[in-house]
Design a protein around this ligand. Structure first.
Ligand code: SF4
Length: 564
Protein backbone atom coordinates (compact mmCIF):
# COMPACT_ATOMS: atom_id res chain seq x y z
CA UNK A 1 0.00 0.00 0.00
CA UNK A 2 0.96 3.63 -0.22
CA UNK A 3 0.68 4.59 3.44
CA UNK A 4 3.64 6.35 4.97
CA UNK A 5 6.16 4.37 6.99
CA UNK A 6 5.22 6.01 10.25
CA UNK A 7 1.69 4.69 9.82
CA UNK A 8 2.86 1.10 9.56
CA UNK A 9 5.39 0.79 12.33
CA UNK A 10 2.74 -0.25 14.84
CA UNK A 11 2.09 -3.38 12.77
CA UNK A 12 5.57 -4.69 13.53
CA UNK A 13 4.63 -6.70 16.62
CA UNK A 14 1.54 -8.28 14.99
CA UNK A 15 3.72 -9.06 11.95
CA UNK A 16 6.35 -10.75 14.09
CA UNK A 17 3.61 -12.77 15.79
CA UNK A 18 2.25 -13.85 12.40
CA UNK A 19 5.68 -15.13 11.33
CA UNK A 20 6.32 -16.80 14.65
CA UNK A 21 2.87 -18.45 14.60
CA UNK A 22 3.52 -19.82 11.13
CA UNK A 23 7.05 -21.16 11.31
CA UNK A 24 7.85 -21.07 15.02
CA UNK A 25 10.70 -18.55 14.79
CA UNK A 26 11.66 -15.31 13.01
CA UNK A 27 13.81 -16.15 9.98
CA UNK A 28 15.96 -13.51 8.31
CA UNK A 29 14.01 -13.79 5.06
CA UNK A 30 10.66 -13.36 6.75
CA UNK A 31 11.94 -10.43 8.79
CA UNK A 32 13.30 -8.73 5.66
CA UNK A 33 9.97 -9.16 3.93
CA UNK A 34 8.12 -7.67 6.90
CA UNK A 35 10.56 -4.75 7.04
CA UNK A 36 9.98 -3.94 3.36
CA UNK A 37 6.22 -4.07 3.81
CA UNK A 38 6.27 -1.82 6.85
CA UNK A 39 9.32 0.25 5.80
CA UNK A 40 11.05 -0.41 9.11
CA UNK A 41 14.87 -0.56 9.07
CA UNK A 42 15.87 -4.25 9.44
CA UNK A 43 18.33 -3.55 12.24
CA UNK A 44 15.55 -1.93 14.26
CA UNK A 45 13.12 -4.73 13.59
CA UNK A 46 15.80 -7.22 14.67
CA UNK A 47 16.20 -5.25 17.89
CA UNK A 48 12.46 -5.50 18.48
CA UNK A 49 12.27 -9.21 17.65
CA UNK A 50 15.08 -10.07 20.06
CA UNK A 51 13.49 -8.03 22.85
CA UNK A 52 10.60 -10.45 23.34
CA UNK A 53 10.98 -13.87 24.94
CA UNK A 54 8.34 -15.54 22.77
CA UNK A 55 10.29 -14.87 19.58
CA UNK A 56 13.47 -16.59 18.46
CA UNK A 57 15.71 -15.31 15.66
CA UNK A 58 17.40 -18.70 15.52
CA UNK A 59 15.76 -21.82 14.10
CA UNK A 60 14.01 -23.92 16.67
CA UNK A 61 11.64 -26.88 16.60
CA UNK A 62 8.05 -26.16 15.59
CA UNK A 63 6.79 -26.87 19.10
CA UNK A 64 8.02 -25.01 22.15
CA UNK A 65 7.06 -26.40 25.54
CA UNK A 66 7.30 -23.72 28.21
CA UNK A 67 7.60 -25.05 31.75
CA UNK A 68 6.80 -22.45 34.38
CA UNK A 69 9.50 -22.45 37.04
CA UNK A 70 8.25 -19.42 38.94
CA UNK A 71 7.19 -19.20 42.56
CA UNK A 72 3.98 -21.24 42.88
CA UNK A 73 5.13 -23.78 40.31
CA UNK A 74 8.58 -24.03 41.90
CA UNK A 75 6.91 -24.81 45.22
CA UNK A 76 4.84 -27.48 43.44
CA UNK A 77 7.79 -29.33 41.90
CA UNK A 78 8.42 -27.46 38.64
CA UNK A 79 12.15 -28.24 38.61
CA UNK A 80 11.48 -31.99 38.72
CA UNK A 81 8.82 -31.58 36.02
CA UNK A 82 11.23 -29.61 33.84
CA UNK A 83 13.98 -32.20 34.28
CA UNK A 84 11.47 -34.97 33.48
CA UNK A 85 10.14 -33.49 30.24
CA UNK A 86 13.64 -32.42 29.14
CA UNK A 87 14.88 -35.98 29.39
CA UNK A 88 11.78 -37.39 27.65
CA UNK A 89 11.71 -34.80 24.87
CA UNK A 90 15.31 -34.84 23.72
CA UNK A 91 16.77 -33.68 20.40
CA UNK A 92 14.80 -35.28 17.58
CA UNK A 93 11.50 -35.03 19.45
CA UNK A 94 10.59 -31.87 17.53
CA UNK A 95 9.94 -30.14 20.82
CA UNK A 96 12.07 -27.40 22.35
CA UNK A 97 11.68 -27.36 26.13
CA UNK A 98 12.34 -24.09 27.92
CA UNK A 99 11.91 -22.67 31.40
CA UNK A 100 9.37 -19.89 31.53
CA UNK A 101 8.48 -17.11 33.93
CA UNK A 102 5.07 -17.21 35.60
CA UNK A 103 2.40 -18.45 33.15
CA UNK A 104 -0.42 -17.08 35.31
CA UNK A 105 -1.75 -20.55 36.15
CA UNK A 106 -0.63 -20.51 39.77
CA UNK A 107 -3.90 -21.96 41.06
CA UNK A 108 -3.11 -25.15 39.13
CA UNK A 109 0.64 -25.35 39.61
CA UNK A 110 2.82 -26.71 38.13
CA UNK A 111 1.93 -25.48 34.65
CA UNK A 112 3.20 -25.87 31.10
CA UNK A 113 2.26 -24.19 27.82
CA UNK A 114 2.87 -25.93 24.47
CA UNK A 115 3.02 -23.55 21.50
CA UNK A 116 2.94 -25.22 18.09
CA UNK A 117 3.80 -23.36 14.90
CA UNK A 118 1.49 -23.70 11.92
CA UNK A 119 -1.26 -25.48 13.83
CA UNK A 120 -4.63 -23.73 13.90
CA UNK A 121 -5.07 -24.64 17.56
CA UNK A 122 -1.39 -24.12 18.23
CA UNK A 123 -1.37 -23.96 21.97
CA UNK A 124 -2.16 -26.31 24.79
CA UNK A 125 -2.09 -25.43 28.44
CA UNK A 126 -1.45 -28.25 30.88
CA UNK A 127 -2.11 -27.46 34.51
CA UNK A 128 -1.62 -29.12 36.86
CA UNK A 129 1.02 -30.76 34.70
CA UNK A 130 2.67 -34.13 34.97
CA UNK A 131 5.61 -35.23 32.84
CA UNK A 132 3.27 -37.46 30.82
CA UNK A 133 0.56 -34.80 30.47
CA UNK A 134 2.99 -32.13 29.31
CA UNK A 135 4.59 -34.57 26.86
CA UNK A 136 1.18 -35.42 25.39
CA UNK A 137 0.24 -31.75 25.06
CA UNK A 138 3.46 -31.09 23.13
CA UNK A 139 3.42 -34.18 20.91
CA UNK A 140 -0.19 -35.37 20.64
CA UNK A 141 -2.38 -32.43 21.70
CA UNK A 142 -5.64 -34.16 20.81
CA UNK A 143 -5.07 -36.87 23.38
CA UNK A 144 -3.88 -34.50 26.11
CA UNK A 145 -6.25 -34.06 29.04
CA UNK A 146 -8.41 -30.93 28.77
CA UNK A 147 -7.47 -27.91 30.81
CA UNK A 148 -9.74 -27.63 33.87
CA UNK A 149 -11.63 -24.41 34.56
CA UNK A 150 -10.16 -22.01 37.06
CA UNK A 151 -11.25 -22.34 40.67
CA UNK A 152 -13.37 -19.46 41.94
CA UNK A 153 -14.79 -18.47 45.27
CA UNK A 154 -17.14 -15.62 46.12
CA UNK A 155 -17.67 -15.96 49.87
CA UNK A 156 -19.24 -12.50 50.10
CA UNK A 157 -22.96 -12.75 50.75
CA UNK A 158 -24.29 -9.44 49.56
CA UNK A 159 -25.64 -7.68 46.51
CA UNK A 160 -24.96 -10.07 43.63
CA UNK A 161 -24.78 -7.14 41.20
CA UNK A 162 -21.69 -5.96 43.09
CA UNK A 163 -19.94 -9.25 42.45
CA UNK A 164 -17.23 -9.17 39.79
CA UNK A 165 -17.17 -12.95 39.39
CA UNK A 166 -20.96 -13.41 39.23
CA UNK A 167 -20.99 -14.22 35.51
CA UNK A 168 -17.75 -16.21 35.41
CA UNK A 169 -18.75 -19.83 35.04
CA UNK A 170 -22.45 -18.86 34.90
CA UNK A 171 -22.57 -17.54 31.33
CA UNK A 172 -21.42 -18.96 28.03
CA UNK A 173 -18.35 -16.77 27.39
CA UNK A 174 -18.96 -17.01 23.63
CA UNK A 175 -22.54 -15.76 23.74
CA UNK A 176 -23.39 -12.08 23.61
CA UNK A 177 -27.06 -12.93 24.14
CA UNK A 178 -26.22 -14.80 27.30
CA UNK A 179 -24.20 -11.81 28.50
CA UNK A 180 -27.13 -9.48 27.87
CA UNK A 181 -29.50 -11.90 29.60
CA UNK A 182 -27.25 -11.64 32.67
CA UNK A 183 -27.33 -7.86 32.89
CA UNK A 184 -24.84 -7.08 30.15
CA UNK A 185 -24.92 -3.60 28.57
CA UNK A 186 -27.09 -2.06 31.30
CA UNK A 187 -24.02 -0.11 32.44
CA UNK A 188 -23.30 1.29 28.97
CA UNK A 189 -26.93 2.43 28.64
CA UNK A 190 -26.58 4.17 32.00
CA UNK A 191 -23.32 5.76 30.80
CA UNK A 192 -25.08 7.27 27.78
CA UNK A 193 -27.74 8.71 30.11
CA UNK A 194 -25.11 10.24 32.39
CA UNK A 195 -22.85 11.63 29.65
CA UNK A 196 -19.02 11.52 29.86
CA UNK A 197 -18.74 14.01 32.74
CA UNK A 198 -21.48 12.18 34.65
CA UNK A 199 -19.66 8.85 34.25
CA UNK A 200 -16.44 10.36 35.57
CA UNK A 201 -18.29 11.87 38.54
CA UNK A 202 -19.86 8.49 39.38
CA UNK A 203 -16.51 6.68 39.16
CA UNK A 204 -14.86 9.35 41.34
CA UNK A 205 -17.67 9.28 43.91
CA UNK A 206 -17.43 5.50 44.06
CA UNK A 207 -13.81 5.88 45.18
CA UNK A 208 -12.63 3.40 42.56
CA UNK A 209 -8.84 3.11 42.44
CA UNK A 210 -6.66 1.10 40.08
CA UNK A 211 -6.40 -2.63 40.72
CA UNK A 212 -3.17 -3.22 38.82
CA UNK A 213 -1.06 -2.35 41.85
CA UNK A 214 -0.66 1.44 41.87
CA UNK A 215 -4.10 2.23 43.39
CA UNK A 216 -4.39 5.52 41.51
CA UNK A 217 -7.90 7.07 41.55
CA UNK A 218 -9.58 6.04 38.28
CA UNK A 219 -11.89 9.06 38.10
CA UNK A 220 -8.96 11.46 38.41
CA UNK A 221 -7.08 9.68 35.61
CA UNK A 222 -10.15 9.81 33.38
CA UNK A 223 -10.78 13.46 34.14
CA UNK A 224 -7.17 14.35 33.36
CA UNK A 225 -7.36 12.51 30.03
CA UNK A 226 -10.79 13.85 29.06
CA UNK A 227 -9.70 17.46 29.63
CA UNK A 228 -6.64 17.36 27.32
CA UNK A 229 -6.99 19.70 24.33
CA UNK A 230 -4.79 17.48 22.12
CA UNK A 231 -6.59 14.80 20.08
CA UNK A 232 -7.17 11.94 19.46
CA UNK A 233 -7.46 10.46 22.93
CA UNK A 234 -6.80 6.75 23.47
CA UNK A 235 -8.06 4.17 25.91
CA UNK A 236 -5.66 1.34 26.67
CA UNK A 237 -6.55 -1.72 28.68
CA UNK A 238 -3.49 -3.22 30.30
CA UNK A 239 -4.12 -6.97 30.21
CA UNK A 240 -0.44 -7.85 30.29
CA UNK A 241 -0.88 -9.60 33.59
CA UNK A 242 2.63 -10.89 34.24
CA UNK A 243 3.26 -10.32 37.94
CA UNK A 244 4.20 -13.77 39.26
CA UNK A 245 1.24 -15.09 41.22
CA UNK A 246 -1.40 -13.03 39.39
CA UNK A 247 -4.12 -14.69 37.30
CA UNK A 248 -7.36 -12.81 38.06
CA UNK A 249 -7.41 -10.83 34.80
CA UNK A 250 -7.05 -14.08 32.86
CA UNK A 251 -10.02 -15.53 34.71
CA UNK A 252 -12.13 -12.41 34.00
CA UNK A 253 -11.25 -12.37 30.29
CA UNK A 254 -11.75 -16.10 29.82
CA UNK A 255 -14.99 -16.25 31.79
CA UNK A 256 -16.70 -12.90 31.14
CA UNK A 257 -15.11 -11.37 28.02
CA UNK A 258 -18.03 -9.12 27.08
CA UNK A 259 -17.81 -7.41 30.46
CA UNK A 260 -14.40 -6.09 29.48
CA UNK A 261 -15.64 -5.03 26.02
CA UNK A 262 -18.49 -3.12 27.65
CA UNK A 263 -16.27 -1.59 30.33
CA UNK A 264 -13.68 -0.46 27.76
CA UNK A 265 -16.47 1.16 25.73
CA UNK A 266 -17.64 3.10 28.80
CA UNK A 267 -14.09 4.17 29.63
CA UNK A 268 -13.51 5.27 26.03
CA UNK A 269 -16.73 7.27 26.11
CA UNK A 270 -15.76 8.95 29.38
CA UNK A 271 -12.30 10.03 28.25
CA UNK A 272 -13.31 11.03 24.72
CA UNK A 273 -11.51 8.19 22.91
CA UNK A 274 -12.70 6.53 19.73
CA UNK A 275 -10.06 3.84 19.67
CA UNK A 276 -9.24 1.38 22.42
CA UNK A 277 -6.33 -1.04 22.58
CA UNK A 278 -6.44 -4.23 24.58
CA UNK A 279 -2.85 -5.30 25.21
CA UNK A 280 -3.14 -8.93 26.21
CA UNK A 281 -0.44 -11.25 27.49
CA UNK A 282 0.86 -13.52 24.74
CA UNK A 283 0.89 -16.46 27.15
CA UNK A 284 -2.90 -16.34 27.55
CA UNK A 285 -4.09 -18.09 24.37
CA UNK A 286 -7.59 -18.84 25.63
CA UNK A 287 -8.14 -15.26 26.79
CA UNK A 288 -6.89 -13.96 23.42
CA UNK A 289 -9.29 -16.26 21.60
CA UNK A 290 -12.31 -15.33 23.73
CA UNK A 291 -11.64 -11.61 23.67
CA UNK A 292 -11.22 -11.67 19.89
CA UNK A 293 -14.53 -13.45 19.54
CA UNK A 294 -16.27 -11.04 21.91
CA UNK A 295 -14.93 -7.97 20.08
CA UNK A 296 -16.03 -9.40 16.72
CA UNK A 297 -19.51 -10.22 18.02
CA UNK A 298 -19.93 -6.82 19.65
CA UNK A 299 -18.90 -5.13 16.40
CA UNK A 300 -21.30 -7.27 14.37
CA UNK A 301 -24.15 -6.28 16.68
CA UNK A 302 -23.49 -2.54 16.69
CA UNK A 303 -22.00 -2.48 20.19
CA UNK A 304 -18.67 -1.38 18.75
CA UNK A 305 -18.08 0.59 15.59
CA UNK A 306 -19.29 3.84 14.08
CA UNK A 307 -22.47 4.21 16.09
CA UNK A 308 -22.42 2.32 19.38
CA UNK A 309 -25.96 1.41 20.54
CA UNK A 310 -27.29 3.97 18.06
CA UNK A 311 -26.05 6.79 20.31
CA UNK A 312 -23.80 8.48 17.76
CA UNK A 313 -20.62 7.50 19.60
CA UNK A 314 -17.87 5.78 17.59
CA UNK A 315 -15.59 3.34 19.39
CA UNK A 316 -13.64 0.26 18.43
CA UNK A 317 -11.17 -2.08 20.09
CA UNK A 318 -7.98 -3.53 18.69
CA UNK A 319 -6.41 -6.48 20.43
CA UNK A 320 -2.63 -6.61 20.63
CA UNK A 321 -0.82 -9.69 21.89
CA UNK A 322 2.19 -9.22 24.09
CA UNK A 323 5.20 -11.42 23.38
CA UNK A 324 6.71 -12.35 26.70
CA UNK A 325 8.12 -9.27 28.42
CA UNK A 326 7.16 -8.56 32.03
CA UNK A 327 8.27 -4.93 31.71
CA UNK A 328 5.48 -4.30 29.16
CA UNK A 329 3.09 -4.27 32.11
CA UNK A 330 4.60 -0.83 32.78
CA UNK A 331 2.25 1.43 30.85
CA UNK A 332 4.80 3.47 28.90
CA UNK A 333 6.66 0.29 27.90
CA UNK A 334 3.32 -1.07 26.77
CA UNK A 335 2.78 2.00 24.57
CA UNK A 336 6.20 1.50 22.98
CA UNK A 337 5.34 -2.13 22.38
CA UNK A 338 2.06 -1.25 20.63
CA UNK A 339 3.88 1.38 18.55
CA UNK A 340 6.31 -1.26 17.28
CA UNK A 341 9.34 -0.47 19.39
CA UNK A 342 11.20 -2.40 22.08
CA UNK A 343 9.07 -2.49 25.20
CA UNK A 344 11.26 -0.10 27.17
CA UNK A 345 9.69 2.25 29.71
CA UNK A 346 9.77 5.96 29.01
CA UNK A 347 10.74 8.43 31.70
CA UNK A 348 7.90 10.38 33.26
CA UNK A 349 6.85 13.17 33.00
CA UNK A 350 5.21 13.59 30.57
CA UNK A 351 2.50 11.37 32.01
CA UNK A 352 0.31 9.20 29.78
CA UNK A 353 -2.77 11.34 30.37
CA UNK A 354 -0.91 14.10 28.47
CA UNK A 355 1.39 12.18 26.14
CA UNK A 356 0.76 8.47 26.06
CA UNK A 357 0.14 6.12 23.16
CA UNK A 358 1.38 7.66 19.87
CA UNK A 359 2.19 10.75 21.96
CA UNK A 360 -1.50 11.46 22.55
CA UNK A 361 -3.57 11.73 25.76
CA UNK A 362 -4.16 8.18 26.99
CA UNK A 363 -6.04 6.56 29.84
CA UNK A 364 -4.49 3.20 30.68
CA UNK A 365 -6.40 0.92 33.04
CA UNK A 366 -6.07 -2.62 34.30
CA UNK A 367 -8.71 -5.26 33.43
CA UNK A 368 -10.09 -5.63 36.96
CA UNK A 369 -10.28 -1.84 37.37
CA UNK A 370 -12.37 -1.50 34.23
CA UNK A 371 -14.71 -4.35 35.10
CA UNK A 372 -15.45 -2.57 38.41
CA UNK A 373 -16.94 0.32 36.45
CA UNK A 374 -19.93 -1.86 35.54
CA UNK A 375 -21.30 -2.22 39.11
CA UNK A 376 -20.40 1.42 39.80
CA UNK A 377 -22.82 2.45 37.06
CA UNK A 378 -25.53 -0.17 37.49
CA UNK A 379 -25.74 0.12 41.30
CA UNK A 380 -24.59 3.69 41.68
CA UNK A 381 -21.56 5.21 43.37
CA UNK A 382 -23.06 5.18 46.88
CA UNK A 383 -23.93 1.47 46.87
CA UNK A 384 -20.51 0.66 45.49
CA UNK A 385 -18.68 2.81 48.04
CA UNK A 386 -20.63 1.16 50.86
CA UNK A 387 -18.65 -2.04 50.20
CA UNK A 388 -15.14 -2.22 51.69
CA UNK A 389 -13.53 0.54 53.75
CA UNK A 390 -13.61 4.31 53.29
CA UNK A 391 -10.20 4.35 51.60
CA UNK A 392 -10.46 1.04 49.73
CA UNK A 393 -13.95 0.80 48.31
CA UNK A 394 -15.69 -2.03 46.52
CA UNK A 395 -14.85 -5.68 46.02
CA UNK A 396 -11.35 -7.04 45.34
CA UNK A 397 -10.11 -10.14 43.61
CA UNK A 398 -7.31 -12.08 45.29
CA UNK A 399 -5.16 -14.69 43.60
CA UNK A 400 -4.49 -17.35 46.21
CA UNK A 401 -1.89 -20.02 45.49
CA UNK A 402 0.83 -22.05 47.16
CA UNK A 403 0.27 -24.27 50.17
CA UNK A 404 -3.50 -24.02 50.45
CA UNK A 405 -6.09 -26.73 49.83
CA UNK A 406 -8.22 -24.59 47.51
CA UNK A 407 -6.09 -22.25 45.37
CA UNK A 408 -8.00 -19.92 43.05
CA UNK A 409 -9.46 -16.45 42.58
CA UNK A 410 -11.28 -15.18 45.67
CA UNK A 411 -13.56 -12.19 45.76
CA UNK A 412 -13.92 -10.37 49.05
CA UNK A 413 -14.88 -6.87 50.09
CA UNK A 414 -11.78 -4.85 50.98
CA UNK A 415 -11.10 -5.10 54.70
CA UNK A 416 -11.19 -8.83 55.28
CA UNK A 417 -8.00 -9.96 56.97
CA UNK A 418 -5.26 -12.06 55.43
CA UNK A 419 -6.10 -14.79 57.93
CA UNK A 420 -9.76 -14.86 56.91
CA UNK A 421 -8.81 -15.21 53.26
CA UNK A 422 -6.32 -17.98 53.97
CA UNK A 423 -8.85 -19.83 56.12
CA UNK A 424 -11.33 -19.76 53.23
CA UNK A 425 -8.65 -21.13 50.94
CA UNK A 426 -7.82 -23.91 53.38
CA UNK A 427 -4.33 -22.95 54.44
CA UNK A 428 -2.20 -25.98 55.25
CA UNK A 429 -0.36 -26.67 58.47
CA UNK A 430 3.17 -25.41 58.87
CA UNK A 431 2.66 -22.03 57.22
CA UNK A 432 5.97 -20.19 57.19
CA UNK A 433 5.35 -17.05 55.16
CA UNK A 434 2.94 -15.33 52.80
CA UNK A 435 4.03 -13.36 49.76
CA UNK A 436 1.74 -10.37 49.14
CA UNK A 437 1.75 -8.55 45.80
CA UNK A 438 3.88 -10.99 43.83
CA UNK A 439 7.59 -10.80 43.04
CA UNK A 440 7.41 -7.00 43.30
CA UNK A 441 5.63 -7.29 46.66
CA UNK A 442 6.80 -8.53 50.03
CA UNK A 443 6.69 -11.42 52.49
CA UNK A 444 4.87 -11.36 55.79
CA UNK A 445 5.20 -13.87 58.62
CA UNK A 446 2.72 -16.55 59.58
CA UNK A 447 1.96 -14.60 62.79
CA UNK A 448 0.91 -11.46 60.88
CA UNK A 449 -2.35 -12.82 59.52
CA UNK A 450 -4.42 -10.06 61.14
CA UNK A 451 -3.26 -7.60 58.45
CA UNK A 452 -6.37 -6.11 56.81
CA UNK A 453 -6.46 -6.61 53.06
CA UNK A 454 -6.82 -2.96 52.08
CA UNK A 455 -4.42 -0.51 50.47
CA UNK A 456 -4.11 1.45 53.72
CA UNK A 457 -3.98 -1.61 55.98
CA UNK A 458 -1.13 -3.28 54.11
CA UNK A 459 0.73 0.04 53.87
CA UNK A 460 0.42 0.62 57.63
CA UNK A 461 1.78 -2.88 58.16
CA UNK A 462 4.82 -1.97 56.06
CA UNK A 463 3.87 -4.19 53.14
CA UNK A 464 1.78 -3.95 49.98
CA UNK A 465 -1.43 -5.26 48.51
CA UNK A 466 -0.09 -4.91 44.97
CA UNK A 467 -2.39 -6.53 42.45
CA UNK A 468 -3.87 -8.99 44.96
CA UNK A 469 -1.37 -11.87 45.01
CA UNK A 470 -1.52 -14.02 48.14
CA UNK A 471 0.96 -16.88 47.94
CA UNK A 472 1.32 -19.15 50.94
CA UNK A 473 4.54 -21.03 51.67
CA UNK A 474 4.88 -23.75 54.26
CA UNK A 475 8.09 -24.67 56.04
CA UNK A 476 9.05 -27.25 53.40
CA UNK A 477 9.76 -24.53 50.82
CA UNK A 478 13.50 -23.72 50.63
CA UNK A 479 13.44 -19.95 51.08
CA UNK A 480 16.97 -19.23 49.77
CA UNK A 481 16.13 -21.01 46.47
CA UNK A 482 12.84 -19.14 46.22
CA UNK A 483 14.55 -15.77 46.70
CA UNK A 484 17.15 -16.71 44.13
CA UNK A 485 14.31 -17.39 41.69
CA UNK A 486 12.84 -13.94 42.41
CA UNK A 487 16.24 -12.39 41.69
CA UNK A 488 16.68 -14.41 38.47
CA UNK A 489 13.27 -13.23 37.36
CA UNK A 490 14.13 -9.55 37.74
CA UNK A 491 17.56 -9.97 36.12
CA UNK A 492 15.90 -11.72 33.18
CA UNK A 493 13.11 -9.20 32.82
CA UNK A 494 15.14 -5.99 33.28
CA UNK A 495 15.06 -4.15 29.97
CA UNK A 496 18.62 -2.99 30.57
CA UNK A 497 17.88 0.61 29.74
CA UNK A 498 19.15 2.10 32.99
CA UNK A 499 22.32 1.17 34.84
CA UNK A 500 21.04 0.77 38.43
CA UNK A 501 18.57 -1.88 37.31
CA UNK A 502 20.72 -3.54 34.66
CA UNK A 503 23.68 -3.94 37.00
CA UNK A 504 21.78 -4.09 40.29
CA UNK A 505 19.62 -7.05 39.33
CA UNK A 506 22.77 -8.98 38.32
CA UNK A 507 24.57 -8.14 41.58
CA UNK A 508 21.51 -9.09 43.60
CA UNK A 509 21.26 -12.45 41.88
CA UNK A 510 24.98 -13.15 42.35
CA UNK A 511 24.79 -12.47 46.08
CA UNK A 512 21.69 -14.64 46.49
CA UNK A 513 23.30 -17.43 44.49
CA UNK A 514 26.37 -17.37 46.74
CA UNK A 515 24.07 -17.61 49.74
CA UNK A 516 21.94 -20.39 48.24
CA UNK A 517 25.06 -22.36 47.27
CA UNK A 518 26.16 -22.22 50.89
CA UNK A 519 22.80 -23.81 51.70
CA UNK A 520 21.33 -20.58 52.95
CA UNK A 521 24.09 -19.32 55.24
CA UNK A 522 24.68 -15.65 54.56
CA UNK A 523 27.86 -13.84 55.42
CA UNK A 524 27.15 -10.41 56.85
CA UNK A 525 28.95 -8.78 53.92
CA UNK A 526 26.48 -10.48 51.52
CA UNK A 527 23.59 -8.92 53.42
CA UNK A 528 25.29 -5.52 53.49
CA UNK A 529 25.90 -5.75 49.74
CA UNK A 530 22.27 -6.71 49.11
CA UNK A 531 21.11 -3.68 51.08
CA UNK A 532 23.42 -1.36 49.20
CA UNK A 533 22.34 -2.74 45.82
CA UNK A 534 18.72 -2.64 46.92
CA UNK A 535 18.94 1.02 47.85
CA UNK A 536 20.37 1.87 44.42
CA UNK A 537 17.67 -0.17 42.70
CA UNK A 538 14.91 1.56 44.62
CA UNK A 539 16.24 5.10 44.40
CA UNK A 540 17.80 5.30 40.96
CA UNK A 541 15.83 3.00 38.61
CA UNK A 542 13.65 4.62 35.97
CA UNK A 543 10.62 2.37 36.30
CA UNK A 544 8.73 0.19 38.74
CA UNK A 545 10.55 -2.98 37.75
CA UNK A 546 13.88 -1.80 39.09
CA UNK A 547 12.30 0.11 41.95
CA UNK A 548 10.57 -3.03 43.29
CA UNK A 549 13.20 -5.67 42.41
CA UNK A 550 14.57 -5.73 45.95
CA UNK A 551 11.25 -5.61 47.84
CA UNK A 552 10.71 -9.34 48.27
CA UNK A 553 14.32 -10.03 49.22
CA UNK A 554 14.40 -7.17 51.72
CA UNK A 555 11.18 -8.34 53.36
CA UNK A 556 12.52 -11.90 53.57
CA UNK A 557 15.64 -10.65 55.36
CA UNK A 558 13.90 -8.18 57.68
CA UNK A 559 10.57 -9.86 58.40
CA UNK A 560 11.29 -13.54 58.00
CA UNK A 561 14.91 -13.58 59.14
CA UNK A 562 15.50 -15.68 56.04
CA UNK A 563 19.23 -16.07 56.50
CA UNK A 564 19.55 -16.18 60.26
FE1 SF4 B 1 14.43 -1.02 32.25
FE2 SF4 B 1 14.94 -1.75 34.78
FE3 SF4 B 1 15.35 0.75 34.03
FE4 SF4 B 1 12.84 -0.21 34.21
S1 SF4 B 1 14.28 0.09 35.91
S2 SF4 B 1 13.69 1.09 32.60
S3 SF4 B 1 13.18 -2.35 33.55
S4 SF4 B 1 16.43 -1.09 33.23
Amino acid sequence: GGRAARDRRDLLLPGLHAINDRIGWISEGALDYLCRRLTVPPAEAYGVATFYAMFSVRPRPATVLQVCTDLACAAAGAEELCAGVTSRLGPGSGVHVERAPCLGLCERAPATLAVRAGDPVRTAVTAPATVEGAELAATAPDSAPPEPAAALAVPQAGDPALTLLARVGAVDPASLDDYRAHGGYAALRRAFELGPAGVIREVSDAGLVGRGGAAFPTGRKWQATASQPDHPHYLVCNADESEPGTFKDRVLMEGDPYALVEAMTIAGYAVGAHQGYLYLRGEYPRAVHRMRHAVDQARARGLLGADVLGQGYAFDIEIRRGAGAYVCGEETALFNSIEGYRGEPRSKPPFPVEKGLFGKPTAANNVETLVNVLPVLTRGAAAYAAVGTSLSTGPKLFCVSGSVARPGVYELPFGATLGELLTLAGVRDGLRAVLLGGAAGGFVRADELDIPLTFEGTRDAGTTLGSGVVMAFDDTVPLPRLLLRVAEFFRDESCGQCVPCRVGTVRQEEALRRIADRTGAAASDDIALLREVGRALRDASICGLGQTAWNAVESAIDRLGAYE
